[in-house]
Design a protein around this ligand. Structure first.
Ligand SMILES: Nc1ncnc2c1ncn2[C@@H]1O[C@H](COP(=O)(O)OP(=O)(O)OP(=O)(O)O)[C@@H](O)[C@H]1O
Length: 431
């Protein structure tokens, strides 16, 4: 069954050759402050409809590679999952069970965020090496939830991200193996590769993954806790558009995050403000790049050459920020992440810059994006540095295999900020 027009910011997480995900993106995100997200009921209903898109898509595992059996045959996963990246069995202890701390309560708003069963505060998740005590729900994404947790030994606070395992009675081992694959396994694999980058400058934007595992009900990974996302920052902390100086600084940090991910060998394919988060240290300018659930390895593991483009790739990403190639069901490349970053940046300068913001008709949005790249939206240049025209032209001219010149793009942003006299020297983002 196919959904009608998906809501704004809807993420589709299957493409040809991808592990099927039950992930859809919705417009308003829940705030960290426990306030209701305001996500309209209609959108939640639509999420359900979109999920049924994946019925009949059965993943299979072959020789350590995750593949997906679709009507058209068997294809490889978007990342190759190494032995060390495989999730290990874990257990959970519910609040009130012997030895567990007293039960806590999640806010009613948090519980309302969606119908997925939530872990109560006080639940303990035991991985092979540590126990994590659930403190609170941070947020709910399209396919999983993120909790604030405390580790039993060091008492360090981390973020624990879960993804449900579909419950189908007594699951045979081989079926369980299949269900363990999915967005969270991809994310685990990508994070683990990113954490292995040795140059500190090139891993500055990555969150550290500290643990991973699975229980009968869900898979999980444990990572460093970061601060609010750029989206939360604008909507819930500032409650208004960023200043031009802040937009400039954020655009540079997010670009560097993307460059680091490309350096590690992966495309993100879902660049949007929800997937970049601030540091918890208010004095640190670092912006972290999150959510690698639909990332794709774009180079061959051994030769490091760019993998050949497939002829057709089902729409993947979030409508508002998706690249034009994604709209056209083409294979994405580094160029597409930069194109998505251009949309993200334009929106950071002024949310009105994306004329298709509230449109969820993919065809109509593509036409608007074409106009945007033909500079047929003259009003945007009142809020954005003129040097962005050059960035857009250069990006437009890139080919599938072209490596973006990130320092040149950054230099153009900085030049534009200087010409426009934005004061980017202030240490805070919300100046
Ligand atoms: N390491 C982390 N520390 C703190 N918050 C996090 C961390 N990782 C994710 N979050 C937050 O948890 C929430 C849910 O994140 P998640 O990646 O599951 O979904 P999303 O990106 O919001 O949506 P989707 O996955 O559907 O695109 C978001 O608000 C995100 O900013």
């Amino acid at each position: 069954m196919h959904a009608k027009a998906p809501p704004p910011s809807t993420t589709s997480r299957t493409g040809e050759g991808e592990v099927p995900q039950r992930k859809t993106r919705t417009a308003p995100l829940p705030g960290r402050d426990g306030k209701p997200s305001g996500a309209p009921v209609a959108i939640r209903k639509q999420r359900k409809t979109l999920r049924s898109d994946y019925e009949g898509v059965k993943p299979i595992v072959m020789g350590g590679m995750v593949a997906q059996k679709k009507r058209t045959g068997t294809r490889r996963s978007c990342v190759s999952i190494g032995k060390d990246d495989v999730l290990k069995r874990a257990t959970i202890v519910k609040p009130n069970e012997a030895g567990s701390p007293a039960p806590g309560k999640l806010g009613a708003a948090a519980k309302r965020r969606n119908q997925r069963p939530k872990l109560d505060a006080g639940t303990i998740v035991n991985s092979e090496s540590h126990a994590y005590y659930i403190i609170d729900l941070i947020g709910a994404g399209g396919f999983g939830d993120v909790y604030k947790v405390e580790q039993n030994v060091t008492k360090e606070i981390y973020a624990l991200k879960t993804e449900q395992i579909p419950q189908k009675g007594n699951m045979p081992q081989d079926r369980l193996k299949v269900e363990l694959c999915g967005a969270l396994q991809i994310e685990t694999t990508v994070m683990s590769a990113c954490n292995k980058v040795t140059d500190p400058e090139k891993r500055r934007h990555f969150v550290r993954m500290v643990d991973k595992g699975f229980t009968d009900k869900f898979k999980f990974l444990v990572m460093d806790l970061v601060g609010p996302s750029i989206d939360d920052l604008r909507r819930h902390v500032l409650g208004t558009d960023f200043s031009r100086a802040t937009a400039t600084k954020l655009s540079i940090e997010t670009l560097q995050g993307i460059a680091c991910l490309h350096h590690a060998g992966f495309l993100h394919r879902d660049i949007k403000p929800q997937n970049f988060a601030c540091s918890r240290d208010p004095n640190s300018p670092t912006i972290y790049i999150l959510d690698f659930g639909i990332a794709r390895q774009y180079t061959n593991r051994n030769s490091k050459e760019v993998r050949p483009a497939r002829d057709y790739v089902k729409f993947l990403g979030t409508i508002r920020y998706a690249s034009r190639s994604a709209h056209r069901s083409k294979e994405q490349s580094r160029k597409d992440d930069v194109e998505q970053w251009i949309f993200l940046t334009a929106e950071m300068y002024d949310i009105g810059n994306l004329s298709w913001r509230k449109n969820n008709d993919r065809g109509a949005v593509l036409l608007e994006k074409e106009k945007f790249f033909q500079f047929k939206s003259p009003h945007i240049w009142t809020s954005m540095p003129a040097t962005f025209k050059q960035i857009m032209k250069t990006t437009d001219a890139m080919g599938y295999e072209t490596e973006p010149d990130y320092p040149a793009i950054q230099a153009l942003i900085e030049l534009g900020a200087r010409e426009s006299k934005y004061d980017t020297t202030l240490p805070q983002y919300d100046d």
